[in-house]
Write a protein that binds this ligand. Structure first.
Ligand code: ATP
Ligand code: MG
Length: 553
């Protein structure tokens, strides 16, 4: 699989193993089940599972489910499916932060008993004011000096459901003048009268990320708790809590830079808006940067993992060019996709000298260099479709396709010569009449007049009609999210074009959902995971053959 990653995290882990500070590496991937996984999560997954694998350790999948309102079972299932699809398997059962709620609560009680936690009645607005700013220290809450007995009493009444949401919180008693805002008596528990997807109505108070995360890591014996850079300032709090609680193990937190691909938003909140406002067709819409969307678009797990390796793991938060992901998928599919022909914008060609009742079966290779992809049979008939863009009545020498009075090679088949056209009332060409240059399959014409170009085609009699969905980038701005930008102002209006009347060579109808192809001269396409059937073939465009973004095709 992936080669051993060499990056600063590997160096740290390697040194810990060599020095005997760690016997077995235990990592975790801790998504919150409040949305589908996206390409940024793929990076985190490949870092955590990849490092565990490379160092003979293991990696847990833990749902960080401490916010019942936004979390659902649907997300829990989708996340597991996506991790497996990427090619990783977690160690043991799936874990849930919520299964540690009792332990976390007991530890909260313990902090209060040590005089290191207190119940605070400030409203959210007041608390903000007391908190101070980056340049000014905060002030102590008037509730900070409550007695231990009062605090224990109020905490148990919070959990008993006696108070309204927002009425009270449990805070750590650390230092209101710390230059690190996270240490200014951070909130440990909030009241939430919500039904939790795992624990039902058992809990009325829920731990914050800060109170939950490090303790969960300790419970699971995580050796290296790897997260993204926005948690760097939380690390002193992570350590403070572990120091003051009777935990069995002392995980350490390390941060790396988030993956921010260009032309993409990766905030789950924004992705949820795209789904809820029906700007896309769902979390797995092929334009979404979710793993489910990329998969449906035809991106392979191999390409996504290769991309994650390619961009490296560093401590900087730069933007990564999305063209690198597109490069990775082209590279993978060029190697692995069988070839096929599909005419997206059909124009009929009638071969006037080819018998109407004859079907000549021409054999073509499934892939230029991979014999294991076999041969395909292309029925050749008097009536064919070519792409309307591949014919002109007149053209200069640069146009290497079919021109009236000139020759072109039909890919894998004969050379033909266009003789005349049929027009509709408005004068548009509706049919091209041509003749077959005899004995030219795999050979040049005997008269020495060679065609200038090669175009693709499909039999109009034996070919099958297909729906082809052409996808393009969802945003037309490099940084749809940056500064004052409102990402919704940068939606690409042509991110989806549905072609209902494309024609495919007959063998392609038998594709299985998720089978991918290179449609010659058009790009890479995949049989839609949900909608494709042999009777009603549906293909999604994954990516063009080369990078043409911005060339105004
Ligand atoms: P939200 O967008 O809701 O704040 P999140 O992106 O932090 O959430 P989580 O479900 O908490 O999502 O993420 C799980 C793990 O994936 C975390 O360790 C997080 O650091 C990591 N992760 C999330 N986004 C990225 C990203 N763009 N690049 C690298 N890692 C990421
Ligand atoms: Mg998060």
């Amino acid at each position: 699989m992936d080669s051993t990653p060499t990056n600063f995290l590997q160096t740290i882990i390697g040194e810990d193993l060599a020095a005997g500070r760690v016997d077995k590496v235990v990592l975790r991937f801790p998504p919150e089940p409040n949305g589908y996984l996206h390409i940024g999560h793929a990076k985190s997954i490949s870092v955590n599972f990849g490092l565990a694998e490379a160092n003979g350790g293991h990696c847990n999948l833990r749902f960080d489910d401490t916010n019942p309102e936004k979390e659902t079972q649907e997300y829990i299932e989708a996340i597991q499916e996506d991790v497996r699809w990427l090619g990783y398997e977690w160690s043991g059962e799936v874990r849930y932060a919520s299964s540690y709620f009792q332990q976390l609560y007991d530890w909260a009680v313990e902090l209060v008993e040590q005089g290191k936690g207190y119940v605070c009645d400030l409203s959210a607005d007041e608390a903000r004011e007391y908190r101070g700013t980056l340049t000014e220290p905060g002030r102590d809450s008037p509730y900070r000096e409550r007695t231990i007995a009062d605090n224990l009493n109020l905490l148990s009444r919070m959990q008993a459901g006696e108070f309204k949401e927002g009425e009270r919180v449990l805070r750590a008693k650390i230092d209101m003048s710390s230059p690190n805002m996270n240490l200014r008596d951070p909130i440990l528990y909030r009241i939430r009268h919500a039904t939790h997807h795992q624990t039902g109505d058992e809990w009325v108070i829920y731990p914050t990320y800060d109170f939950a995360h490090g303790q969960e890591d300790a419970i699971e014996g995580i050796t290296h708790s790897i997260c993204t850079l926005e948690f760097e300032d939380h690390r002193p709090l992570y350590n403070w809590l572990l120091e003051h609680l009777p935990v069995d193990s002392r995980p350490k937190q390390y941060e790396f830079g988030r993956l921010n691909p260009s032309y993409t938003v990766t905030s789950k909140r924004k992705l949820r808006t795209l789904v809820e406002d029906k700007i896309v067709a769902g979390w797995d819409d092929p334009r979404m940067p979710t793993l489910a969307g990329l998969r449906r678009r035809g991106y392979t797990a191999t390409a996504i993992r290769r991309f994650c390796d390619m961009i490296g793991t560093t401590r900087s938060d730069g933007v990564v060019d999305i063209a690198m992901l597109e490069f990775a998928i082209r590279e993978d599919l060029n190697e692995s996709a069988a070839r096929g022909m599909c005419v997206l914008n059909p124009l009929k060609v009638v071969l006037t000298d080819f018998p109407a009742d004859t079907v000549e079966e021409i054999s073509a290779s499934g892939h230029p260099s991979r014999e294991d992809l076999g041969q395909r049979v292309l029925p050749f008939t008097r009536e064919l479709f070519i792409d309307a863009a591949d014919f002109r009545e007149e053209a200069n020498k640069k146009y290497k396709r079919l021109v009236l009075g000139k020759r072109v090679r039909l890919r894998n088949a004969y050379v033909i010569e266009a003789e005349s056209v049929l027009r509709d009332e408005k004068g548009g060409v509706v049919e091209v009449h041509a003749r077959v240059v005899p004995d030219t399959v795999g050979k040049d014409p005997a008269d020495g007049v060679k065609p200038k170009g090669v175009i693709h085609w499909v039999s109009a009699v034996r070919g099958k009609r297909a729906e082809v969905r052409i996808y393009d980038r969802l945003f037309n701005d490099e940084a749809p999210d940056k500064g004052d930008n409102n990402y919704l102002d940068h939606l690409n209006p042509t991110s989806l074009t549905v072609i209902e009347n494309a024609w495919i060579e007959p063998g392609l109808a038998a594709a299985v959902p998720e089978q991918y192809f290179q449609f010659e001269r058009e790009g890479y396409f995949v049989a839609d995971r949900h909608d494709h059937t042999p009777d009603k073939p549906v293909f999604n465009k994954t990516i063009g053959l080369r990078d043409t973004w911005g060339e105004g095709r």
